[in-house]
Design a protein around this ligand. Structure first.
Ligand code: NAD
Length: 476
């Protein structure tokens, strides 16, 4: 029997792009220009650690510069390679276009297992990597702005931004060179959980459209839906936590690197998170069944499957057995092009990565704007807004006294109405708005065209069309 070859991640992204582009009427040459990756820089650098020199390999790929700066995370993992970084950079181009953040697409990676290093060693390695990128403008507030991805977080972003600032002492916008920084280093409230929050807002928007919910063979709202999540890292943890604590969904399965937990009655996400922090994995967690073959739980019964770890986990070998009628791609590229076709034929609805996990880049955009404007959101307006609300409330109170028993304000109205929005509330409102509007732009194409079978193709069509318009407007 000849095995069907699974395309690489990069090929998968291109196949999905081609599928959408074939349904569009792009001028000759432009399609190719949009698809190709503009440049990938590979760097090898040495760092003296534990008395000897260690050599590391890193990448920064720039997919499309139709808008600048280009934007995209930096990943720390042993599996990082050029194909993966280029695929991720391409997805960033389409993602930014879909959610209307004014960036081109980029992505970076360092081939390293961060767990093997002490904090001070990681700082040395990160600063050296940042130095190599910054001196080639691959970290720069107006050219290329990294953010966190797998294996990196606030701490690494703070080191990178500081490294850029040390190399560019007169750049007043140095803080805008990197997003995903901690609050005290120029970050923004709500960035850490932004991608997980975006998953929650995406699902809420999906469930606002009964026709779409029906296409997945589901009904009702998020309340009571059984969810399996793969990867309880930044994205998976926040998504699972918010969906279970705020929307009444039941997390029945959690898949991690060391196996999976399953409990049809629901698993307490916070308690598993604390267990992982303490023990490094999910093994021996008491309140669920543990199975060593984690990936098999991807195939278990549930309503919604959230792959939030690695690419290519739903592929030609298991796609046929996936039972979830709805998959939301929290990770980048978790479903290969081959698996996508199998699932589409089965009628599985997939909310695609370029939309689903765009919460991160959306809030990164807010952070970048905050850094460039050098002022926290809401600082100028908040008290003025409260003062105007105070005027209305005092008038209502006057009415209250005048009408007596016949009318009174609801108990919490005054406290709620008087409070002006702080930065976190504004960030959430901006993110919610972005996720709703982007979903509507995809579904409009999905529902209005007979030749568009799925949300992914619709998402590509919206994104490619916007990139094409931008190239046309400015010339190549
Ligand atoms: P993370 O490093 O915080 O978490 C990844 C989690 O996956 C970890 O808990 C890890 O233990 C787990 N994991 C590793 N191997 C696994 C395996 N074989 N099976 C199951 N679980 C495994 O990374 P993250 O930032 O949450 O990113 C996850 C995905 O989301 C990636 O595809 C990333 O590109 C994407 N993403 C992240 C962001 C962001 O803001 N962090 C934004 C957009 C997309």
């Amino acid at each position: 029997m000849t095995a069907i070859k699974e395309p690489s991640f990069r090929e998968s992204v291109d196949l999905m792009f081609n599928r959408a582009a074939s349904l569009m009427d792009l001028p000759p040459g432009l399609e190719e220009k949009i698809r190709v990756c503009n440049a990938t820089y590979t760097v090898r650098f040495g760092v003296r650690l534990r008395g000897e020199i260690h050599t590391f390999t890193g990448y920064r790929s720039v997919h499309s510069e139709h808008m600048e700066p280009v934007k995209g995370g930096i990943r720390y993992a042993l599996a990082v390679n050029q194909d993966e970084v280029e695929a991720l950079a391409a997805l960033m181009t389409y993602k930014c276009a879909l959610v209307e953040t004014p960036f081109g697409g980029s992505k970076g990676g360092l081939r390293i297992d961060p767990r093997q290093y002490e904090e001070h060693e990681l700082e040395q390695i990160t600063r050296r990597f940042a130095y190599e990128l910054a001196k080639r403008d691959l970290i720069n507030p107006s050219q290329n702005v990294p953010a966190p991805d797998m294996g990196t977080g606030e701490r690494e972003m703070a080191w990178m931004a500081d490294q850029y600032a040390r190399m560019n002492t007169t750049d007043i916008n140095a803080r805008a060179s990197v997003t995903g920084k901690p609050l005290n280093a120029g970050g923004i409230s709500g960035r850490v959980e932004a991608t997980g929050r975006g998953i929650q807002y995406a699902l809420r928007e999906f469930f606002r459209h009964p026709e779409d919910v029906q296409k997945a063979g589901l009904s009702g709202k998020l309340d009571g839906k059984r969810i399996i999540v793969q990867g309880l890292g930044n994205v998976g943890y926040h998504a699972a936590k918010f969906l279970s604590e705020e929307d009444g969904s039941r997390i029945v399965g959690i898949i991690e690197w060391d196996g999976a937990l399953y409990n049809p009655d629901g698993i307490d996400v916070e308690s598993v998170h604390q267990w992982i922090v303490k023990h490094g994995g999910v093994s021996n967690y008491p309140d669920a069944t543990h199975s060593a073959e984690g990936a098999e739980v991807l195939e278990a019964e549930c309503d919604i499957l959230i792959p939030a770890a690695l690419e290519g986990v739903i592929n030609l070998t298991n796609a046929e057995r996936i039972k979830a009628p709805l998959i939301i791609e929290a990770a980048n590229g978790p479903v290969t092009a081959g698996a996508d076709e199998i699932l589409r034929k089965k009628g599985t609805v997939i909310i695609p990565d370029m939309y689903a996990n765009a919460g991160g880049v959306t809030v990164s955009y807010f952070e970048w704007v905050k850094n460039l404007s050098h002022i926290r959101f809401g600082r100028m307006q908040r008290r003025q807004e409260e003062a105007r609300h105070e005027l209305i409330v005092s008038e209502l109170e006057r009415l209250d006294r005048y009408l007596g028993e016949a009318w009174s304000m609801s108990p919490n109205f005054k406290a709620k109405y008087l409070r002006g929005a702080d930065e976190l509330e504004l960030v959430r409102s901006g993110l919610d708005d972005t996720m709703r509007i982007a979903y509507q732009s995809m579904r409009e194409v999905w529902h209005s065209r007979d030749d568009v079978e799925d949300l992914r193709t619709a998402a590509y069509i919206v994104a490619i069309d916007r990139v094409a318009k931008s190239y046309r407007a400015k010339g190549l």
